[in-house]
Design a protein around this ligand. Structure first.
Ligand SMILES: [Zn+2]
Length: 55
């Protein structure tokens, strides 16, 4: 295999390359797992709407 790209976060093999957003200050590519993790960290609630009210 010619591609030896690794995820900059988990160092795992990257099947599909995800480019990190500029504001994340990450250089390199992410795997899908870390990408969605980052998305959730930086934009919580934007993609998932969960009502966590416990009142
Ligand atoms: Zn990863």
């Amino acid at each position: 295999m010619a591609e030896g790209e690794k995820c900059v976060l988990c160092n795992g093999p990257v099947a599909y390359k995800y480019a990190a957003m500029k504001e994340w200050n990450i250089k390199g590519v992410l795997c899908s797992k870390c990408y969605s993790k980052k998305i959730f960290e930086h934009y919580p609630g934007e993609h998932v709407r969960v009502n966590l009210d416990k009142e």
